[in-house]
Design a protein around this ligand. Sequence first.
Ligand code: EPZ
Length: 419
Amino acid sequence: MDKILIHGGHPLSGSIKVSGSKNSSLPILAATLLTREPCIVHRVPDLSDTHYMLQILIHLGGQVERASGTVSVTAEKIESIAPYDVVRKMRASVCVLGPLLGRCKEATVSMPGGCVIGDRPIDLHLKGFEALGAAVRVEGGNIKVFAPKLCGAVINLRGKFGPTVLGTDNVMMAAVLAEGTTVVEGAAQEPEVVDLADFLNKMGAKIEGAGTRRLIIEGVKELHGAEHDIIPDRIEAGTFLVAGAICGKGITIKRVTPEHVKAVTNALGNCGFRLEATGDSISVSPNGETKPLELVTEPYPGFPTDMQAQMCALLSTTDGISVITENIFPQRYMHVAELKRMGAHVDLEGPTAVIQGVDHLFGAPVMASDLRASAALVLAGLKADGVTEVSRVYHIDRGYEHLDEKLSELGAHIERVKG
Ligand code: EPZ
């Protein structure tokens, strides 16, 4: 397994380009199953997660071609069974359920495993499918859904932790080919959900209200092929903004949608950094004293849970006491134990992390656990005195396109050791 070594204390400067969004690419690639015609998707990031999704599409019978960031998929004849050995590698594979149910009126997909950020139920996905007229069975570790026909319905998708992103995606992808109109209340508003709705509408779907809590989907008979550019990855963008804050003289990220990272730029501004957005670029630079923060993760447009670990790393070296409350995945603190090995002072009280900023972090061997926790350890390593060795970096490769190379372009002393 590869490791990443970071020699801390080297200030970052310069600019990098943000890749296409992982969390937009996965459901949009799944949506290509909804038509027998060719679809072309540009700016698909080169990640193990997108690689897994293409493997699943091929397994289901899709013809897939990839030329750098452009992927073409033709799903002329497809199977409706996605087996365990492919699905288990990536929880987000669950988002093939909706398109398979929409297109084939049946689907069998292995139950997604849990993961280190906590329980990952899909009860809301299944509630939505049942509301559309599907029978749902769980047997032998598989979810089986079947519907003689799908009928539009009024569905409330809000769960006790708020809306579900992939649940909204899945229900939308089943409802676009249902008979009649579906109203989804409590829908997720994330930009990636809007990007999927835009792609589906290009395919001939009739979806209104994407980006609000209420979707209205008028079912159509069939969908046709379409071409689409994936939106920039707002979480990669946020991660680099935090990198610039934690040890930058001033960096600029390009090809970003400033609106999508507002909660992060607001938080960094409140922390005392200077943020400047011009067109599709955002710069972050020091601006004197930094201040501790009280941060709460919320569904979009609130502060994203996928940026919580990265902010934990920054606030660990910000004078004063900061408090983070994780409302989406209350156990999403795998990074804390590793940050403490580097000298951070963080106390966990249920979903809340109380962070006492320290003057220095110290390089140490640390272990990546989930995608965003791993990124947080790299960011802490940029700041720490000495060398930080992050192992199990396959977690990083799942969701960041060439993170170490991009940080190196900004002046970080970082190297990947093949293991
Ligand atoms: C998506 O996961 C993202 N993944 C996650 O990003 C992100 O953290 C999450 O949304 C929240 O923004 C992709 O888009 C591929 P949810 P998703 O359903 O859709 C509960 C990353 O690092 N819930 O919005 O699976 C759930 O337990 C990843 O890129 C139910 O209770 O998350 C959680 O507490 C990590 N029942 C909350 O809702 C359900 O049926 C939000 O989960 C579904 C979810």
